[in-house]
Design a protein around this ligand. Structure first.
Ligand code: SF4
Length: 724
């Protein structure tokens, strides 16, 4: 049995990468329950879009207000009346006071809001401020096509602290969608406005929004925008749905994908100083920074829209889905903002921005965390409503893969490629097991010496767990009084060392040695030994060397069902196995699966200590077919590593001399784990921040499973068909 012994070797502490691997397994499907939309709207409104003018002096061909299904603008007054502004201000005051909102954005929009005139916008600001500013900080902004910007207009707006963002798609040839009512390109007038804004050098100029036209090369766009030194440039994909797919994509499937890949790479390599929010968000998603744009990511409905007549609508772009697609009941004259939160349209919108509300394809997608299923209106499908992946699924998927690749390559420059192997095999595995066991002993010994623990005969994991503990009551180590038990001649079985359990008591409780479940587990260990020996004698031998403690436990996690086992990198070389599920014994081959599973986690912890497989262990996060919710990259890598080997274990059992083995179950398990491993390998290969060592690991695992096609990439929600 491995207890503290002398044995000094150089240790290297790896950075804090606590990866808890409580695992609940079995054949139950891991599909997220759909929560009802009525339960999910929790956020507050933090901004209102005030449509002070319902008409526009331009007639852009992609405009969601005038060119899509919804034509409700025709019934709106041309300009917002003063009485409507006053009522809006009162509603806003009522809302911020009741909901304790301390900062609120008011965005002037249209149509073209400058048709309302700068003078009236300034008066509107004054009116709203008089009513609301004593209770809440207000931030005013304007979204304009720029054609009506003069020096005087800009001066008036900036003096009233109204910030300005402009829409312009690029140089003259890129701006051909933005035409006036005679069909003339609006570039000259708009650029003149932009020029004036830039000349002010004011912080109140916030940047430019450009809608992508794949006919215009990314290079032309960057060459145009770069010298302008814009405070921000936002690229938007043209508003589309599955009913009205992006223009030109039916003829060329890769039209938008290729454009985006080229643009992203060019930006990443040559123009990274241009702050493009969407691209920045994609990169940030790799390291866990929430998305700054509603093209991607989860969130809540925080913006409400007030039409020119004072009526409420949801986000304007819902107008692309169907007639009155954005309509809500009532107006500032009849309803408070609070009432809107209860509206079915807002609830559905809010639900669709949550992880439960995305389409089934998205729940199985490795980039769900970053993409969030895409912009909600872009998901609209005539049969599925908003329960579909975005119509830009393929484009987003591919551009995230490209971003991951570029980021990974750029990180490599700064990192020493310090690895000699990825997956120890055969004799190496046994040698490594010896090395890892000894390193753990040495580490525990050093800690015991420094903390003056009386730890003679105590297992290393117990020493390390006690050293990490913040328990107020610092228990002594427990001494064995009864006859020690072991498995394989060296693995300590069912220790009564309380430090092996104390830190995990929320999850596990150790079975009494006299209990039936313990006796059942112990009695089956001989069979497990035979199965593991048949699977791979080297694995069994290295397990004997590496694993110090095997404890039979039961789960104390509420609602835990299915096969349960546990290990943690804070308790190196100790594994915890439940031999029963709800008091029902599990077959010996499943006990073998659990022991192998946790041993593999321990192997990967040790391999990771010798050199990282990932640049970041927490992000990106992955949806996984074996567990609900999103897994950290570290946990996802562990799952993939484990399932690769479990696939081989069950394959070996399906072709074994053991008569008691259910062949069909073994074959099915082998297939299931292989499928999960393939999903994991593919996802990690394209979307994780793998180091070179990580890439070598993925390749070695794929080789073990004899799979070549893990490098193939296809978005789960690609090619969604519309039956008309
Ligand atoms: S399936 Fe498509 S839309 Fe859904 S999360 Fe993945 S990339 Fe986004």
């Amino acid at each position: 049995m491995k207890r503290l012994t002398l044995g000094i070797k150089k240790s290297n502490f790896h950075k804090a990468t606590l990866i808890t691997t409580t695992s609940t397994r079995g054949d139950k499907p891991m599909q997220a329950e759909i929560t009802q939309p009525s339960e999910v709207r929790k956020g507050k409104y933090l901004a209102a879009l005030l449509k002070v003018a319902s008409r526009c002096n331009l007639n852009c061909d992609y405009c969601y207000v005038y060119q899509h299904k919804d034509q409700s603008w025709e019934n709106q007054p041309k300009l917002m009346a003063k009485g409507t502004v006053q009522k809006f201000a009162e509603r806003l005051k009522e809302y911020v006071l009741k909901n304790e909102v301390t900062s609120f954005d008011v965005i002037f929009h249209g149509g073209e809001p400058l048709l309302y005139t700068a003078e009236n916008l300034v008066k509107t600001v004054q009116l709203i401020e008089e009513t609301v500013a004593p209770f809440c900080q207000l931030n005013f902004s304007l979204q304009t096509n720029g054609t009506l910007l003069t020096d005087e207009v800009i001066d008036n707006l900036f003096t009233a602290n109204i910030s300005i963002s402009m829409s312009l798609d690029g140089p003259q040839n890129a701006n051909h969608h933005r035409v006036d009512h005679k069909g003339e390109n609006s570039f000259n007038e708009a650029f003149s406005g932009l020029d004036k804004l830039i000349a002010t050098d004011s912080d109140l100029f916030k940047g430019v929004i450009a809608v992508v036209d794949p006919k215009v090369s990314p290079k032309d766009l960057f060459q145009f925008f770069d010298p302008l030194n814009l405070p921000r440039l936002d690229f938007l994909l043209p508003d589309s749905t599955h009913l009205n797919p992006p223009v030109g994509r039916n003829r060329d499937k890769g039209l938008y994908t290729n454009w985006l890949l080229e643009a992203f790479e060019l930006w990443f390599k040559d123009y990274p100083h241009i702050p493009i929010r969407w691209f920045d968000s994609i990169l940030a998603s790799r390291v866990g920074i929430p998305s700054q744009t509603d093209v991607m990511g989860f969130g809540d409905v925080s913006l409400l829209v007030v039409e020119t007549d004072g009526s409420y609508t949801d986000h304007d772009v819902f107008k692309i889905t169907k007639p009155n697609g954005a309509s809500l009941d009532g107006s500032v004259f009849s309803n408070s903002f609070d009432k809107l939160s209860d509206h079915a349209v807002i609830k559905e919108h809010s639900y669709r921005l949550s992880i439960e509300g995305v389409a089934e394809e998205c729940k199985k997608c490795p980039v769900l965390d970053a993409c969030g299923g895409g912009s909600v209106p872009h998901r609209y499908h005539p049969e599925r409503g908003l329960d579909a992946p975005t119509v830009y699924c393929q484009e987003i998927y591919q551009v995230i893969a490209k971003a991951t690749k570029l980021l990974r390559e750029s990180l490599k420059i700064d990192v020493e490629a310090n690895y000699s192997y990825a997956v120890p095999k055969g004799e190496t595995l046994v040698l490594k097991a010896n090395e890892w066991a000894e390193e753990t002993l040495m580490r525990a010994r050093r800690i015991a010496d420094s903390k003056k623990y009386h730890a003679e005969g105590v297992t290393p994991a117990a020493v390390l767990l006690r050293a990490m503990s913040t328990n107020i009551v610092d228990f002594d180590f427990t001494r064995e009084e009864s006859e020690p038990l072991n498995w394989l001649g060296s693995i300590y079985l069912q220790s009564n060392e309380k430090w092996l359990v104390e830190p995990f008591k929320e999850s596990i409780s150790v079975l009494d040695r006299e209990s039936e479940p313990f006796k059942y587990g112990q009695a089956n260990l001989k069979k497990v030994e035979n199965y593991l020996n048949h699977f791979n004698p080297t694995v069994l031998e290295s397990m004997r060397i590496l694993i110090s403690d095997l404890l039979f436990v039961r789960s104390t996690i509420e609602n835990e069902s299915g096969i349960f086992s546990f290990s943690d990198d804070t308790a190196p070389n100790a594994i915890y196995i439940a031999p029963t599920v709800n008091q029902v014994p599990i077959p010996a081959e499943d006990i073998g699966d659990s022991i192998l599973h946790e041993y593999l986690h321990q192997v990967l912890y040790h391999m990771g200590r010798e050199g990282d497989f990932l640049f970041d262990h927490s992000f990106p996060r992955f949806s996984a077919p074996w567990r609900e919710g999103l897994r950290s990259s570290g946990g996802f890598l562990h799952g993939t590593f484990v399932f690769t080997h479990l696939a081989l274990y069950w394959e070996a059992l399906s072709d074994s001399p053991f008569e008691e083995i259910d062949r069909t179950k073994a074959e099915n398990n082998a297939k299931k784990f292989k499928k999960q491993a393939m999903y994991g390998l593919n996802s990690l290969y394209h979307f994780a921040l793998l180091t070179e060592r990580g890439e070598a690991l993925i390749e070695a695992l794929a080789e073990k499973l004899d799979i070549q096609d893990y490098k193939y990439i296809e978005a789960p929600g690609k090619d969604l068909k519309v039956e008309l």
